[in-house]
Design a protein around this ligand. Structure first.
Ligand SMILES: C[S@@+](CC[C@H](N)C(=O)[O-])C[C@H]1O[C@@H](n2cnc3c(N)ncnc32)[C@H](O)[C@@H]1O
Length: 367
């Protein structure tokens, strides 16, 4: 497989490095300056709603918010130009990978994309995840910058697999919902040796890249184009159902259906583990997280925080539902919180729930 990173011109590389450094300075210098300014202003701690107005009045705030959105736009522009400029060779590379090899690619052009999925460009990526054969290459490059290159080698995803997923000796099937270009799916192969690993996503471009990169690593993964709300996979067939960074990208009704589908897919005793985000309880930090979502075209982030996801799990027959902070720079699953981090960081958290071993009948599951 072609790795574009190895083919960038000096100009392209230095432009991308510039945006990366800009984002780092925004995260580790401008963000702490903004929060220190808030503290020094004497404005009250208050609720997320109460801190918003004094926060917006601070001199650093327009710089912080403008830098956030403009560096994100720059990043997509550079990634888009680098990818589209190599369109022919990248498409040929993808098309050279057989549908069946170590793994399998199951595309279904009849899968309907919900309007909430197509109505806006998520993360302000032009054309979003799904609209161009090369969308996933652009997303892959952009995501490296968004994660400040700290997730190179899929460190966060490996930490999630190592620290948040249960050991299940003899697991026969594991499903990753909203698998994107496969960085969340690949660690499951090592975590569950011998299990059938299935990645499900709506977007064909992501699945194609996931499959091609999986073949390169000789991984036996099935990538399947389907809606996580209704995967078409057999009920009670999976030991573990995962999703990373997916729930916050859908409206509350869809979150409900996805959790219902995960409950349906789980075997009795099976585990749901979703890597997502939660509020930190620090009103200024949380207000900035809310606004990050708006600046980054993630309109349902607020819906995630406003929804009682634990109650939805219970409604679908899952038990022991909890949220646990996840510190991607330290030890992964982190019940004691994210530690004292001054810079901007995503408030990662893991949603855990279990299908009872003495099976009830979760939504739609064959008992
Ligand atoms: C932010 S990406 C995360 C991808 C991957 N899990 C990761 O951690 O890199 C969210 C993914 O969820 C997918 N997605 C969103 N809604 C979905 C749905 N209803 N069914 C299947 N996939 C969905 C998107 O296409 C996208 O690939």
């Amino acid at each position: 497989m072609i790795d574009i990173e190895n083919r960038l011109t000096l100009d392209e590389r230095s432009a991308i490095d510039f945006v990366l450094v800009l984002r780092k300075r925004w995260a580790d210098t401008v963000y702490p300056a903004l929060t220190a300014e808030y503290e020094a202003s004497g404005a009250p701690a208050g609720t997320v709603e109460e801190v918003a107005e004094p926060l917006h009045a601070l001199p650093t705030y327009p710089w912080f918010s403008h830098l956030e959105r403009s560096q994100q736009k720059m990043s997509w522009r550079l990634a888009g130009d680098a990818v589209v400029g190599r369109r022919d060779e990248l498409v040929a590379d993808l098309e050279s990978v057989p549908l069946r090899g170590h793994g399998t690619l199951e595309l279904d052009p009849t899968v309907a994309l919900p309007s909430w999925y197509t109505d806006y460009d998520i993360h302000i990526q032009p054309g979003s995840f799904y609209s161009d054969d090369l969308s996933a290459y652009v997303y892959e490059m952009g995501a490296r910058v968004v994660m400040l290159r700290d997730n190179d080698g899929y460190k966060f995803h490996r930490l999630f697999a190592e620290t948040a997923l249960p050991d299940v000796p003899g697991a026969t099937r594991v499903i990753d919902l909203g698998c994107g270009f496969g960085k969340s799916t690949r660690p499951l192969v090592g975590k569950y040796p011998g299990a059938e690993v299935i990645g499900v996503d709506l977007a064909a471009p992501g699945l194609r890249l996931a499959h091609a990169e999986g073949e390169d690593e000789q991984l036996p993964i099935t990538y399947r184009q389907a809606d996580a709300q209704d995967t078409g996979l057999e009920a009670a067939s999976s030991d573990v159902v995962t999703a990373t960074m997916m729930l916050h990208e859908m409206p509350a009704e869809a979150m409900d259906r996805v959790i219902g589908e995960a409950a349906r897919l789980l075997k009795p005793g099976g585990a749901l583990r979703f890597l997502e985000f939660m509020l930190t309880g620090d009103a200024v930090r949380d207000a900035i997280v809310y606004e990050h979502a708006e600046r980054n075209n993630e309109p349902f982030f607020r819906a995630l925080f406003a929804t009682d996801v634990l109650a939805i799990c219970a409604k679908h027959g899952l038990v022991d539902a909890t949220w646990t902070p996840f510190d991607e720079r330290a030890d992964g699953l982190s019940p004691d919180g994210w530690g004292n981090r001054e810079g901007w960081h995503f408030p990662w958290a893991v949603l855990s729930a279990t299908r009872p071993a003495t099976a009830g009948n979760p939504t739609g599951a064959a008992a």
